[in-house]
Design a protein around this ligand. Structure first.
Ligand code: DAH
Length: 357
């Protein structure tokens, strides 16, 4: 029995994994195992023999069983140790020191503008950037021969030779979303439509792709006074000041009557752009009372409904608020510029939490 014990204890000590242990267990303790066979032999022994062999066999059984269990536990511990060593992680390491990405000022300002108008009850509406000629021009009371078509430096899409349908355009403004929103919802309505627009133009304050927010408020008794109040409230909230000098200039747009353009007082001194001081004015938006023909084109009865609309240059007001002198830099994808002017990704602008801080 000492021999059996020595052999199995050696096998157990040498078992390198759970499968090997199981093999040893079956060889020793299984139904056909060596210990079981010895147990069966007890029956054939004389009572005296059995008295010494019985307890000795039981002791052997216990010893092998506990050696198996101990070896199994030791292997488990070793495996856990090994995992802990391999998957070790120092949670006291400092975080990465530099922000890897930032929110672009255009996205930031779009969120800010949306938060302010949402607070005044405006919903966000959307339309396509590749727009039909009808939505971009005709429905907005800009017929085929109208000089505004030429003034807008429109990008036209290509039509296959022989296809005589009017080409689509890259929308030159967000105003076509007025028509789409009215067609979808009817009056009364209060929406803003932020998005990309396109014109063939390029200098310090113009890029071929830029951003506008369209605003539209139609109800039974909306007046020019409501428009002016709304824009003043917006500008104060946006620039986070109690007072901003605004200049309403009489103007003309085919889709509004009467129409006004709005400029903000600013200075460009020393290459930096500052809002609210100086003797310069930067035009930031066009606005007016929606033309009856526009309402009609969108399926709304101008005898019952009226209201205002405006189109605001997002890039322009971003430059003004954040002191960015050159519009072209917005779209250069220069990482140093983005790190300097970008915003932390978790600072979502809200009116209660602060727009920009
Ligand atoms: N769509 C005009 C532009 O891009 C801006 C504009 C002017 C929009 C007057 C309006 C508006 O809604 O009423 O120049």
């Amino acid at each position: 029995m000492d021999d059996i014990k020595a052999r199995y204890l050696a096998l157990i000590a040498a078992a390198a994994d759970e499968a090997a242990i199981e093999e040893v267990r079956i060889a020793a303790m299984g139904k056909q195992g060596e210990v079981a066979l010895r147990m069966r032999e007890l029956g054939r022994m004389s009572p005296e023999e059995r008295q010494t062999a019985g307890p000795a066999l039981n002791a052997l059984k216990d010893e092998i069983t506990s050696a198996l269990a101990a070896r199994k536990a030791a292997l488990g511990d070793a495996a856990l140790e090994e995992r802990l060593r391999a998957e070790w992680l120092d949670v006291t390491l400092p975080g990465r020191p530099r922000r890897q990405g930032t929110i672009h000022p255009i996205s930031q300002v779009t969120e800010e503008v949306t938060a302010i108008f949402a607070d005044m009850g405006f919903r966000v509406a959307e339309g396509p950037q590749v727009e039909s000629d009808w939505f971009n021009f005709d429905a907005l009371n800009i017929p085929g021969h109208h000089p505004a078509r030429a003034e807008m430096d429109t990008f036209y899409t290509h039509r296959a030779p022989g296809d005589n349908r009017p080409p689509h355009v890259l929308r030159t403004h967000t105003s076509p979303v007025q028509i789409r929103a009215l067609q979808a919802q009817g009056a009364p309505i209060r929406v803003i439509a932020p998005g990309r627009v396109y014109r063939a133009d390029y200098d310090q304050t113009h890029t071929p792709m830029f951003h506008q927010v369209e605003g539209l408020a139609i109800d039974r008794d909306i007046s020019m006074a409501n428009l002016k109040w709304c824009l003043e409230e917006f500008v104060k909230a946006y620039f986070e000041v109690d007072h901003v000098d605004l200049r309403f200039r009489a103007s003309h747009f085919p889709f509004t009557e009467p129409s006004a353009e709005v400029d903000i007082r600013c200075s460009w001194e020393g290459g930096t752009l500052k809002v609210g001081e100086g003797d310069d004015w930067l035009e930031v938006l066009g606005s007016g009372m929606v033309h009856p023909k526009v309402l009609q084109a969108a399926g709304v009865d101008p005898a019952q409904w009226q209201g205002f609309a405006f189109g605001l240059g997002i890039d322009r007001i971003a430059m003004l608020k954040y002191g960015i002198p050159d519009l072209r830099a917005f779209f250069d994808s220069d990482l140093r510029w983005l790190r300097h002017y970008g915003f932390a990704s978790l600072d979502v602008p809200t009116l209660h939490g602060g727009l920009s801080r």
